[in-house]
Design a protein around this ligand. Structure first.
Ligand code: ZN
Length: 190
């Protein structure tokens, strides 16, 4: 059996476990194992991507030395502890020294890391690492706000709690003025 066939069979086992082992694989469930694995191919497509591939095509910023911010990038990921979804938004900012990058690439770098088995802290750090490596900016920042399925539907069952993580690098770490300007751009005068 191929790994894929084994995965489909494993989901079938899980479905039998969930429904109780009565030997009856009813009509609505017939193609469920196959569909689950198909959805995994999409949800976990981040393993097939590569940050260098996404960020290597940079442009000269022609002396622009302000903040570049893409905010409210929605994302969906899967927590590695419970295989539950977590989702929310990512704000990505950098101040170029020389290199700028097409804005859609920032959204693609989010997808690259979100579409894996993850925790929120690692996604935050990985995006900041990639920006530092491939753009060599004066500073970069990544803020993620997310709600976690494993908190909402199991365990402590808190529906509306939002977890925030941030990575501040370079000038955003060193200078409170840069950090303040960034937070103002993201959150206004709240
Ligand atoms: Zn979890």
């Amino acid at each position: 059996m191929s790994t894929r066939e084994q995965a489909v069979a494993a989901v079938e086992t899980l479905v039998r476990y969930i429904e109780g082992d009565n030997g009856d694989f009813r009509e609505g469930l017939e193609r469920t194992p196959e569909r689950v694995i198909e959805s995994f191919d999409e949800i976990f497509s981040g393993y097939r991507g590569d940050a260098e591939q996404i960020l290597k095509a940079t442009f000269n910023g022609e002396g622009y030395d302000g903040i570049v911010l893409l905010k409210d990038i929605e994302f969906h990921s899967t927590c590695e502890h419970h295989l539950q979804p977590f989702n929310g938004s990512v704000h990505i900012a950098y101040i170029p020294i020389e290199n700028i990058v097409g804005i859609s690439k920032l959204a693609r770098i989010v997808e690259l890391h979100a579409r894996r088995l993850q925790n929120q802290e690692r996604i935050t750090k990985s995006i900041a690492d990639d920006l530092e490596t491939f753009l060599a900016p004066l500073g970069c920042a990544v803020i993620i706000e997310a709600q976690h399925g494993c908190m909402r539907c199991r365990g402590v069952k808190k529906q509306n709690s939002v977890m925030t993580t941030s990575a501040m690098r370079g000038v955003f770490f060193d200078k409170s003025e840069a950090r303040s300007e960034l937070l103002q751009l993201i959150y206004g005068n709240k």
